[in-house]
Design a binder for this molecule. Structure first.
Ligand code: KIV
Length: 264
């Protein structure tokens, strides 16, 4: 199988093919995720929670992301690799360029930044320098202290319109993908229809072009109360490989996410 590129993923959107993505942080799981037929991997700063046992993603460093991106790259065959830029590593376009370049050199094909309109200049600068960007909107965990908790975003018509405007402006500035976290399904649909670039959803309903889940969540490994948008694929399969493949298949045939995984 050839390596997936931005072009592969955009063509899937244009053809109406649903796109699957999982987080991964090491070579072995990356190999298994590839074997299962998943299209994209996110080396997420969620590694702060699932690998390092932290409460938030805030202490995760650029060196952590560089190390885990290298590990993922080593085990990868065809998935497109996206890496997160951690908290406070993109305060200025210059700082963003230095840190994004390090992630690209470690094996990322695209970097993800959390934020709205204020990121327009940074996205444009990175794009100009050949670094594709995914803009993360909705629930942005790096802003957890400002948001006041892990809550559904974009519930009022005004908030929903702001999110649509941000997605349109960031795509116009050069963002190659948008990621929407924890928003009503109608907002997921509206944003997906408003932009030409692929929209990835996590708790954003069935109408986004792509779906992503945190690996440890969909394998039922994360302790504590399950978030509404997470499905435990190990509950229906005999082994990890079966669960990864069921996820890829269910995204592709649009049985995941089901209504019980969505917010109205
Ligand atoms: O870090 C991460 O895993 C993420 C997902 C929750 C989308 O950003």
């Amino acid at each position: 199988m050839p390596q997936n590129t931005l072009h592969t993923i955009s063509t899937m959107k244009d053809n109406g093919d649903k796109i699957s993505m999982l987080t991964s942080y090491d070579a072995t799981f990356t190999h298994n995720i590839n074997e299962a037929g998943v299209d994209m991997i996110l080396v997420g700063d969620s590694l702060g929670m699932v690998l390092q046992g932290l409460d938030t993603t805030l202490p995760v460093s650029i060196d952590d992301l560089i190390y885990h991106t290298r590990c993922v790259k080593a085990g990868n065959q065809q998935c497109l690799i996206m890496s997160d830029m951690p908290f406070m590593t993109y305060r200025t376009p210059e700082e963003a360029m230095t840190n994004a370049a390090a992630l690209m050199q470690a094996g990322a094909q695209i970097v993800k930044l959390e934020g709205g309109m204020w990121l327009k200049g940074t996205v444009a600068k990175l794009y100009e320098q050949g670094i594709p960007v995914c803009a993360h909107l909705g629930l942005t965990p790096q802003a957890i202290n400002k948001l006041g908790g892990y809550r559904v975003q974009g519930r009022t018509p005004e908030q929903a319109q702001t999110m649509i405007d941000e997605a349109v402006a960031l795509a116009a500035a050069g963002a190659s993908m948008i990621l929407l976290e924890c928003v009503p399904a109608a907002v997921g649909k509206a944003v997906t229809e408003a932009v030409d670039v692929p929209v990835i959803g996590i708790g954003a309903g069935p109408d986004t072009d792509a779906q992503v889940l945190v690996l440890h969540d969909m394998l039922g490994l994360t302790p504590g109360k399950k978030t509404r948008f997470v499905k435990n694929f190990m509950a229906q399969e005999d082994d990890i490989q079966g669960a990864l493949k069921a996820y890829a298949d269910e995204v592709r045939n649009q049985t995941f996410p089901a209504p019980e995984h969505c917010f109205e």
